[in-house]
Design a protein around this ligand. Structure first.
Ligand SMILES: [Zn+2]
Ligand SMILES: [Zn+2]
Length: 587
C-alpha cells in the first residue's frame, strides 16, 4: 500500500475523531450514557489503522475459491441517512459494519470487502446518494462479490421496533431464494440478542426495490439490506445505547453469513491459505429443510428415513485457485445447468426429488485433486463412488436420492471405494470412473458439426458499421472515447433451434424494445450513445448454451463478464459503451 495514502488515512481518522468529539457530544458512537469512552475511541483508531494492512487493498478476487462478501455501512458523511434520538444513522451503520468485518475476517474461506475505510464518503464528487450506493454495488461486482450487505438503522415515527431484512424480490426466483436463505441465517442470529425483536422478518418490495437490492440482481449478486433497529423508538434507542449492543449486531451478522456459507473459524495459524483444501456441502431434505454443512466425506442427508433430498450446495475452501461445479438430475426436470461455488442446485418448495449428481473441479484445484462422491438412493442404498464429473445416482427409475458423501483425494490417489454401479438407469449400471457423459461401452464420437458461432457488428461514432466480429473478439474501440450507437448480433451453425435477442439502453430513450437475430438495436445518425445492453438466447439454444458478454465503458474500462440477459453497463451514470465482446459457452 502506498505510504502517502496510509498517512492521509490516519490523518483523516484523527481529524474525524476530533470533529466527532467536538460537534456531537451525545454522539451515536457512544456506548455509554451518550458519551464515547476512551476505550471506544482507542478501538476506533485501532480499527482504522488496521486498515493499513487490511482488505481495502485492490487486487482481483476471482479464482481464490473464497466466498466474497461485501459489507457496506449505509450512507456516508456526505450522503447522510436518518437521525433521531441523538443518533446519526451513518455513524451507527459504520460501527456495526466494523464489528461485522472484524468478526467475519476470523473465518477461513471468505474474502471480506468493505466499501470504505472511514465514515467519510469514498465518492464525494457525486451529488446524489443514489450514485454513492450505485458505485458501491459496482465496486462489489468488479471484485467478484457473491453477497452485498447494506447495513442501516431505521426511523418511522416511533411506532415500530426491531430488525428487518430486505432482500431481492422473487422476480428472479433463484437469487431471491438464495438471498432469503442468507437473510434468514442472519435473522436467526439477531433473534438471539437480548431485547431485540425480529418479528418484522425478511421482506422485499415488489416495485420500488432498494437500489442496492435492485442493482445487485442486475449483477447476479445476492444482497440484503438490514435495518437493525428503529432509532426513533424508545425501546430500540435504549438498546442502541446499551454497551456492547452494536458489537452484538455486527457479530450476529457475520455469524449468520458464516453459517449460511458453511464457513469455519480460521485456525491459530491464520487464514484459510495455510489450511488443507476442504469441501463443504449441505443438502435440502424433505420435511427438514437445509441441513448444516458437513465436510470431507461426511454424510449429508438421511438414510433409513425415506426422505428425499431436493437441493444441494457445495463449496471449497482452498489455497489453490479454482472451484467446484455441480449439477443435479431433478424429478420431472432432468439434468439442470451447472452451478458453482455455493449456488443452489435442485429445487426447494416444489417437492421434487434429486435423482443423480455430478461434480467436477475447475482451475488449479482440478490439477491437484480428484473429486469423489457417492449417493444413497431408495431401494439400493449406497451406490459406487463416482469421480470427476461422472454421474452418481439414477435416472429414469423414479428413485429418490437420500444422502451424499463428497471427498477430495490428491490427484491419482487411492480410490475411496469401488466405482461399480455408481449410476443406474433402466438399461443397467455404469461405473463411476467412466468419463463424464460416457456409457459402457462409449459410443464412437459423431462427426463434429460445424461449430456454432456468435457474430456482432457495432455502429460507432465517426466510423459507422465497423465490420463483423465473432466469438469473443472485440467489437468497438478502446481509448478513443468513441461511443457505440447500435449493434447487430446473430448466431450461425446452431446445433438446435433457437436464436439470440438483445436490447440496448439508448441515451435519452431508455431501454429500447428487444430485437432478434441480426436486427439493429440502437440508433444511427442521432449521436446517441448506448449505455447498457442485455443479450439472451432463445429457444433450445438457451438450454444448451450461455451467452456471455462484457463491455468497455468510458471511465471504467472493461466490466466483468455477465450472461443470459443480465445488464452489462452502468445504467445509472450515463457512461457510454465503447466496445463489447460476446461469446457462447456450452452449459
Ligand atoms: Zn457518499
Ligand atoms: Zn439508512
Amino acid at each position: 500500500m502506498n505510504i502517502t495514502r496510509m498517512n492521509v488515512r490516519k490523518l483523516l481518522a484523527i481529524l474525524l475523531l476530533i470533529s466527532l468529539s467536538m460537534t456531537i457530544p451525545t454522539s451515536a458512537l457512544a456506548g455509554n450514557n451518550g458519551k464515547m469512552t476512551e476505550e471506544e475511541i482507542r478501538e476506533l483508531v485501532a480499527d482504522m489503522q488496521s486498515e493499513d494492512n487490511q482488505t481495502v487493498s485492490i487486487q482481483p478476487m476471482s479464482g481464490t475459491g473464497n466466498i466474497v462478501v461485501m459489507l457496506t455501512a449505509g450512507h456516508c458523511s456526505q450522503h447522510t441517512g436518518a437521525a433521531a434520538s441523538g443518533f446519526v444513522e451513518h455513524e451507527l451503520n459504520f460501527r456495526v459494519r466494523e464489528y461485522a468485518r472484524q468478526e467475519l475476517q476470523r473465518y477461513a474461506g471468505v474474502t471480506v470487502l468493505v466499501d470504505r475505510p472511514t465514515v467519510q464518503c469514498r465518492w464525494p464528487h457525486f451529488t446524489t446518494w443514489q450514485q454513492c450506493v450505485s458505485e458501491r454495488v459496482q465496486y462489489a461486482h468488479s471484485r467478484g462479490a457473491h453477497l452485498f450487505v447494506d447495513m442501516h438503522f431505521n426511523t418511522v415515527g416511533g411506532g415500530q421496533r426491531g430488525s428487518e431484512i430486505f432482500i431481492q424480490n422473487p422476480q428472479h426466483p433463484q437469487i431471491h431464494q438464495q438471498s432469503r436463505q442468507v437473510a434468514n441465517a442472519v435473522l436467526t442470529q439477531l433473534a438471539r440478542i437480548n431485547g431485540l425483536q425480529t418479528t418484522r422478518g425478511v421482506r422485499w418490495h415488489n416495485d420500488r426495490q432498494f437500489i442496492s437490492n435492485r442493482l445487485s440482481t442486475e449483477f447476479g449478486m445476492n444482497s440484503m439490506l438490514i435495518e437493525y433497529a428503529f432509532m426513533d423508538n424508545a425501546q430500540d434507542a435504549a438498546l442502541i445505547r446499551t454497551p456492547g449492543f452494536l458489537r452484538q449486531l455486527g457479530v450476529a451478522t457475520a455469524t449468520g453469513i458464516a453459517n449460511h456459507y458453511g464457513l469455519r473459524l480460521a485456525g491459530p495459524g491464520g487464514g484459510g491459505g495455510t489450511t488443507p483444501s476442504r469441501i463443504n456441502y449441505s443438502v435440502h431434505t424433505q420435511n427438514l429443510g437445509w441441513l448444516p454443512f458437513v465436510s470431507n466425506g461426511a454424510l449429508a442427508g438421511t438414510t433409513g428415513r425415506s426422505l428425499r433430498t431436493e437441493a444441494i450446495r457445495v463449496n471449497i475452501h482452498s489455497a489453490f485457485a479454482g472451484g467446484v461445479e455441480y449439477r443435479t438430475h431433478v424429478q420431472n426436470v432432468g439434468w439442470q445447468g451447472w452451478r458453482r461455488n455455493g449456488e443452489i442446485s435442485g429445487t426447494t418448495g416444489r417437492s421434487l426429488r434429486l435423482e443423480a449428481l455430478e461434480l467436477r473441479l475447475t482451475g488449479a484445484l482440478a490439477t491437484r485433486y480428484d473429486i469423489w462422491y457417492r449417493v444413497h438412493i431408495q431401494n439400493f442404498g449406497w451406490l459406487g463412488w463416482a469421480r470427476n464429473g461422472a454421474s452418481a445416482g439414477s435416472a429414469g427409475m423414479s428413485l429418490r436420492m437420500e444422502a451424499v458423501q463428497i471427498r477430495l483425494v490428491p490427484r491419482g490417489g487411492a480410490w475411496p471405494g469401488s466405482p461399480d454401479g455408481a449410476f443406474r438407469t433402466p438399461r443397467g449400471a455404469i461405473s463411476g470412473t467412466t468419463p463424464p457423459g460416457g456409457s459402457t461401452p462409449p459410443p464412437p464420437p459423431p462427426p463434429p458439426p460445424p461449430a456454432v458461432s456468435i457474430s456482432y457488428n457495432s455502429h460507432l461514432a465517426g466510423i459507422g458499421w465497423q465490420g463483423i466480429r465473432t466469438n469473443g473478439a472485440t467489437s468497438g474501440t478502446t481509448g478513443q472515447n468513441r461511443r457505440m450507437e447500435a449493434i447487430r448480433i446473430s448466431l450461425a451453425n446452431t446445433p438446435v433451434a433457437g436464436g439470440v435477442r438483445y436490447q440496448v439502453l439508448s441515451r435519452g430513450l431508455g431501454w429500447l424494445p428487444w430485437v432478434t437475430n441480426g436486427n439493429q438495436a440502437g440508433t444511427t445518425g442521432q449521436a446517441r450513445p448506448v449505455d447498457g445492453i442485455r443479450i439472451e438466447l432463445t429457444g433450445a439454444m438457451a438450454s444448451q448454451f450461455h451467452v456471455e458478454y462484457r463491455v468497455h465503458q468510458s471511465g471504467h474500462g472493461w466490466l466483468s463478464w455477465v450472461r443470459n440477459g443480465a445488464t452489462a453497463g452502468w445504467s445509472l451514470q450515463g457512461r457510454q459503451l465503447e466496445a463489447i465482446e460476446i461469446r457462447l459457452v456450452r452449459r
